[in-house]
Ligand binder design. Structure first.
Ligand code: FCB
Length: 440
């Protein structure tokens, strides 16, 4: 048996996002967000689901924090809903919105759980979308003001501040395929959004530091490993190009201060407008990098690869391939000079059933997590500086375009009754945290 012991201060946690769990979409003065608008538009989300109520976390957060304690979480990653705090995205502040996060943080501190706060997890105030959203550079300045407001109000209790969650998903799903809010399908818009998100990130990091010099600032990127289907030079080149289009496109500006030439070759006429000084602004020094990892893409130069024979797939249709996490971490560690890394999301959706004993036996999720924890440990032995791990997700929740049809939680949510049930994977995770080690 092999035992993998983690460093004593390793930050084990779980993650959520505001729109996916809070509900209370129009309560206490909250403004409309692009996800409210999108989910209320017929045909956009599976089964017409919306985040209007979701996990009702807005009203149930004390009970939810009690659950986090029960699991022994050391950290909790969540996002704040911009439109709850500033209903129109700029200008007027909604005191009740800020009070909610104040109370949440007081309760987290009392429970001795380290908060990891994300300022933008996809729910742009609809009023700003009305002015062009992220395609409009003014949104970047509004975001920096929002960041400053939040840090001034909450920076005494929150050390870890994340500007954006997964700018690539905002770019491609929100503005190229249109599967996410705001539902644009326009490459020119998408690449301008990609650049503006980077500018907004740079401005927000400056705003965060200006508001409180004691807090840490970072960004969360989703990094899917791109593996060549074969060793042929064509497949290897195709895999590298795919990695550049999705990952290097964001890693290079942030950590090298320029765009990868290869990534923008493909977009030629859709090249975004870049102002003088933007690249230096984007490449702010960061205190941490958040990495979200779920799966890998297998790339061939000649064919689209759908399923790898013999591989396991999750309900999302994503291949389960834990070794790709280690290889990806080593790759970015070799290619960049990185700050400490936190795995800010990792997890899986499987069809869970409530058994006759009232429990949720989810061996696939448990196995998925175990193997990814081990691969992370191996990457740490390879020299990658990983400081913590947030499982996606604490709860089953609103999975964007899939609505409630996909369950990622360590804790099951019955959406009829809002009853929470810790799954086997959640109980196992509590043991891992307590022991700070895994046996294989
Ligand atoms: C990530 C998102 C997160 C969740 C997981 C499954 O891309 O950041 O909100 O939807 O995927």
């Amino acid at each position: 048996m092999t035992t993998y012991t983690f460093p004593h201060n390793f930050l084990w946690g779980a993650a959520t996002a505001a729109y996916q769990i809070e509900g209370a979409w129009n309560e206490d003065g909250k403004g409309e967000s692009i996800w409210d608008r999108f989910s209320h538009t017929p045909g956009k989300v599976t089964d017409g689901d919306t985040g209007d109520v979701a996990c009702d976390h807005y009203h149930r957060y004390p009970e939810d924090i009690a659950l986090m304690r029960q699991l022994g979480l050391k950290a909790y990653r969540f996002s704040t809903a911009w439109a709850r705090d500033m209903p129109s995205g700029r200008g007027r502040i909604n005191p009740k919105g800020l009070d909610f996060y104040d109370h949440l943080l007081d309760a987290l501190c009392a429970a001795n759980i380290e908060p990891f706060l994300t300022l933008y997890h996809w729910d742009l105030p609809q009023a700003l979308q009305g002015e062009g959203g992220w395609e409009n550079r003014n949104t970047c300045y509004a975001f920096a003001d929002y960041a400053a407001l939040m840090v001034k109000r909450l920076g005494d209790r929150v050390k870890y501040w994340t500007t954006f969650n997964e700018p690539s998903v905002v770019t491609f799903d929100g503005n190229l395929t249109g599967e996410h809010a705001p539902g644009n399908k326009d490459p020119k818009v998408a690449y301008q959004v990609a650049h503006n998100l980077m500018v907004a990130h740079g401005l927000a990091v400056q705003a965060i530091r200006g508001a409180n010099s004691n807090v840490d600032a970072g960004i969360v990127l989703n990094l899917w490993m791109a593996d060549p289907a074969t060793d042929s030079p064509e497949d290897v080149a195709a895999a590298e190009a795919a990695w550049d289009r999705n990952e290097t496109l964001f890693l290079d500006p942030i950590f090298k201060g320029h765009y990868p030439p290869s990534a923008y070759e493909v977009v030629s006429e859709n090249m975004p407008k870049v102002h003088d000084g933007d690249m230096a602004l984007i490449a702010q020094e960061l205190d941490f990098l958040g990495v979200n990892f779920y799966s890998r893409n297998v790339i061939s130069a000649t064919q689209k690869i759908d399923k790898i024979p013999g591989s396991e797939y999750t309900e999302m249709g994503w291949e389960v391939c834990a070794p790709a996490l280690r290889r990806m971490l080593v790759k970015i560690n070799n290619n960049y000079s990185l700050p400490p890394i936190y795995i800010t999301e990792n997890g899986s959706s499987f069809k869970d059933e409530v058994s006759a004993d009232g429990k949720v036996h989810d061996p696939c999720r448990l196995g998925y997590l175990k193997n990814h924890f081990i691969q992370t440990h191996l990457a740490m032995q390879d020299g990658v500086d990983v400081r913590g791990y947030m499982v996606w997700s604490l709860f089953d929740n609103f999975e964007w375009g899939h609505g409630f049809s996909k369950r990622f939680g360590l804790v099951r949510v019955d959406y009829e009754t809002q009853k929470r049930t810790v799954k086997d994977s959640g109980e196992w995770y509590a043991d891992v945290i307590r022991a700070n080690q895994i046996h294989e």
